[in-house]
Design a protein around this ligand. Structure first.
Ligand code: ADE
Ligand code: ZN
Ligand code: ZN
Length: 320
């Protein structure tokens, strides 16, 4: 049977639609893949042996770093449309604190999602497939709730509608915080990618920081911290012509680094609580196990030590 060739206008409309749908997907993106991988590998380097074993049993051959980005990959699958609101939580403009009675969207937001999927992960009576999915959700959503603009305002889609140029390229405020600042940091490093940045950030965590961050176990509190940062971000838009440049990078990259570190530390505690509850130690007595020599770290490409971290928790980096 002969098939008719679509006419040029039909092809053009189809292409435009594809681009438009593609950009809708982009709008709801979370920390970019590298941000999520960094958080996941900071966490897995710190979990107990039992938790590491449970992670391996649940994930099989999949690395934790890859599992951290699954919740973004399923955005392309219509059957997972219900997950989209679970990546963020929004508040009315001017709010200083979250109010779950007001902002809770009947549980369809990131704060409640973390609690819900942590409980499923911890429930060994649940089918394995359900717990694996719950694990992939918590690996991702603990990251998201630490991205300040995932706790922000609905009217501009968490900054997705705020178009700007970042380092000379078309972008938007949300993407700057998901991806562009981390990409800039990676391009300034002399060598290595996200795995090197992850190791540097992990090594830069001071014991007193770890103790403080690990003692905060309430996703609502993590979201309120993000909201406080979001308010400062909105109060201090990029200067001059409104573009994101090296001055913006210098001002905000230490905050990005700290949010990645905090997310990693708290994710480790959450995983220990869910997967090795009998062993979960008070956070203050917990030592950083350092990079693991097991299959996990090899698969995730954990790097060798790469220079001393700087004072503010930023990784060692070489200027471009
Ligand atoms: N869509 C609407 N609000 C959002 C937010 N805060 N973060 C990501 N996507 C969103
Ligand atoms: Zn995002
Ligand atoms: Zn997300």
């Amino acid at each position: 049977m002969r098939t008719r060739c679509p006419s040029r206008p039909v092809v053009a409309i189809a292409l435009l639609l594809a681009v438009a749908i593609g950009s809708l997907h982009e709008r709801a993106a979370a920390w970019g893949n590298d941000g999520h991988r960094i958080i996941g590998t900071i966490a897995t380097a710190q979990v107990s042996e039992s938790t590491a074993k449970a992670l391996r049993e649940l994930l099989g051959d999949e690395t934790t770093a890859d599992a951290c980005t699954w919740a973004d990959e399923i955005r392309r699958d219509r059957s997972y449309d219900w997950v989209k609101p679970l990546h963020y939580i929004n508040v009315p403009r001017g709010s200083e604190r979250l109010d779950l009675a007001r902002d809770g969207a009947e549980g369809q937001q990131v704060v409640s999602a973390i609690g819900k999927y942590k409980a499923i992960l911890a429930d060994t009576t649940k089918p394995k497939a359900e717990r694996v999915e719950a694990l992939k959700f918590v690996l991702h959503f603990v990251g998201d709730v630490h991205q300040p603009l995932h706790v922000s305002y609905a009217d501009d889609l968490g900054g997705n509608k705020l178009s700007l140029k970042s380092f000379g390229k078309k972008s938007n405020l949300h993407k700057v915080w998901d991806t562009d600042l981390i990409d800039r940091e990676l391009s300034r490093m002399r060598s290595g990618g996200w795995a090197v940045l992850s190791a540097n950030l992990r090594e830069a965590i001071k014991p007193e920081q770890r103790t403080k961050w690990a003692s905060s176990r309430d996703p609502l509190q993590w979201a309120n911290e993000s909201l406080a940062i979001t308010r400062t971000i909105y109060a201090n838009p990029p200067q001059g012509n409104g573009d994101v440049d090296d001055a913006y990078f210098t001002r905000w990259m230490p905050t990005v680094n700290e949010r990645l570190q905090m997310a990693g530390v708290r994710l480790a505690v959450l995983l220990d609580e869910a997967l090795a509850p009998g062993e979960a130690k008070p956070s203050s007595s917990k030592k950083d196990a350092g990079p693991k020599k097991d299959a996990e770290s090899k698969k995730d490409g954990a790097p060798a030590k790469n220079g001393a971290p700087s004072k503010n928790g930023a990784p060692a980096k070489a200027p471009a």
